[in-house]
Ligand binder design. Structure first.
Ligand code: GTP
Ligand code: MG
Length: 266
């Protein structure tokens, strides 16, 4: 069961949210990121609420997040998607408890690879009504040497090429730093519990007809030990899951198009 710890610091941090971003809630999945998380939270502009989902860390990740004024939620089921789903469940719980619903939700990693201070650049197109989902593209942005291993660049390019072919989706990256209209996000019914979370959101966004936009974002070497893209086993498992989901949703889309064409022909 999730435990929710709202600290006094969190309350005061949330009160200090600047009017420009007070309707933005941020979800940060974190697994053993005690060294990097304080940097992420320090650089993050003040927003309505910061939810750090501690994914069963064995280090002081939760304490580090609380000390920086974030709301800490525990999700014992491992997996990036599980952590994001817990973040969504926490948003719903807060709304059910009487809080005003966020207008936008942003996701970013806890390892300090992303640049949290750029959040306003992701939110601006949403607020201006130019998109319902904005993705930070690392492949359009400046990457620090070594921040994205070659297999990760290749895997992301391949996934985007396949999505273009199957869904006519114009993406360049599956980056974790992203922002989305909260009501639109809920309509996507996100379900993936691990490496497929980002690609699932992008495919479902295209299928739902959301207007999406990419913003170039810089990407730097993470603080702490690499878990996915920097290890062979992590890359293989992530690559397999991403390709599996693209194939699964691609197959569904083709079947749907096929039956629509058959219906029109009758
Ligand atoms: N790998 C992994 N990351 C998790 C999990 N739960 C939460 N996370 C967090 O999800 C974010 C992304 O994971 P990373 O380990 O940075 O994955 P990556 O960016 O693809 O690869 P590296 O940075 O090279 O490890 C980080 O903030 C993690 O702390 C989990 O079960 N597995
Ligand atoms: Mg990372």
């Amino acid at each position: 069961m999730a435990t929710i710890t709202t600290t006094r610091a969190a309350n005061s941090a949330q009160r200090r949210a600047s009017p420009a971003l007070d309707d933005v809630w941020v979800v940060i999945p974190a697994l053993n990121e005690e060294a990097s998380l304080p940097h992420v939270l320090d650089d993050l502009p003040e927003v309505g609420r910061v939810i750090v989902v501690d994914n069963g860390s064995t280090d002081a990740t939760a304490a580090a997040a609380s000390a920086c004024g974030a709301e800490v939620v525990c999700e014992p089921r491992r997996g990036y998607g599980s952590a994001c789903l817990r973040g969504l469940a926490t948003i719903r719980a807060n709304i059910a408890a009487g809080e005003r619903s966020p207008r936008f939700v942003a996701f970013l990693d806890a390892d300090y690879s992303d640049h949290p201070e750029l959040l306003p650049q992701l939110i601006a197109p949403l607020r201006e009504g130019r998109a319902e989902m904005v993705l930070g593209s690392r492949l359009l942005g400046r990457r620090q040497r070594g921040a994205m291993p070659a297999q990760s660049v290749f895997g992301n390019r391949l996934a985007c090429w396949l999505m273009r072919w199957l869904f006519a989706a114009r993406y360049t990256d599956l980056g974790p730093f992203r922002a989305i209209d909260y009501q639109a996000l809920e309509r996507l019914h996100m379900a993936d519990t691990n490496f497929g979370w980002t690609v699932e959101m992008q495919i479902k966004a295209v299928r739902a007809g959301l207007r999406t936009l990419e913003v170039p974002v810089p990407y730097r070497c993470r603080i702490g030990a690499s878990k996915i893209s920097g290890t062979l086993w992590g890359s293989v498992r992530a690559g397999y899951k991403i390709l599996y989901l693209i194939a699964k949703y691609g197959w569904q889309t083709r079947r749907r198009r096929g039956s629509e064409a058959a219906f029109r022909a009758t």
